[in-house]
Design a protein around this ligand. Structure first.
Ligand code: URA
Length: 189
């Protein structure tokens, strides 16, 4: 059960964050959204323009692609929690730098600790390299299962934006998400 006071405090602290320069460029912090009681947490890369304006992750084109994939795999966005590796939009959607990823990592780690999801799915290589292995190769290792240092099941799939550029990868991603669904249906260890 989520400690809602600790969650509220985390959000307030994150709103004040000045650990890297990304806060200077943002319109809104994109803390995360979804079911705080979810057993499944999705971790994307960084907010884009629409997310920066609204404060909600994955609501642009990538978000629509993500929603469609989840639905096709029998998962429902309203029952997952979605966050990003960095919570402020990098200018012109550039890649987040290693320093920015490290700085923002403190917020993500605390979110995971408080939400305590059973399963984590990294969306794309940035999240996978942050959460699983700095050398993670998404084209070779997507869909493989790993265990986090605190015992959670974790895997990575192609980023929804990569699927928009390369729809040929969609069947693999659907298969990966079906394996996520199967994992969630297994009894907790
Ligand atoms: N891409 C991401 O990685 N995260 C978002 O929130 C939106 C697009």
């Amino acid at each position: 059960m989520l400690n809602s006071d600790a969650w509220t405090q985390l959000r307030e602290q994150c709103e004040q964050c000045r650990l890297c320069e990304l806060h200077e460029h943002r319109t809104q912090l994109v803390f995360g959204a979804g079911d705080v009681g979810a057993r499944l947490m999705l971790i994307g890369e960084a907010p884009g323009e629409k997310e920066d304006l609204s404060g909600t992750p994955f609501i642009g084109r990538s978000g629509r692609q993500l929603d469609a994939l989840l639905e096709e795999a029998g998962l429902d966005r309203s029952t997952v929690y979605i966050a990003n590796t960095v919570k402020c939009r990098p200018p012109a959607n550039r890649d987040p730098s290693p320093a920015e990823l490290n700085a923002c990592g403190v917020w993500l780690s605390r979110q995971i600790e408080l939400l305590a999801p059973r399963v984590i799915v990294c969306l794309g290589k940035f999240a996978a390299r942050r959460m699983i292995d700095p050398k993670f190769m998404i084209s070779q290792q997507h869909g493989q299962w790993f265990t986090t240092s605190d015992g959670r099941d974790i895997t990575a799939i192609y980023h929804p934006a990569a699927l928009l550029r390369n729809p040929g990868r969609r069947p693999d991603t659907l298969a990966d998400l079906k394996s996520v669904r199967a994992r969630l249906l297994q009894p907790a260890p």
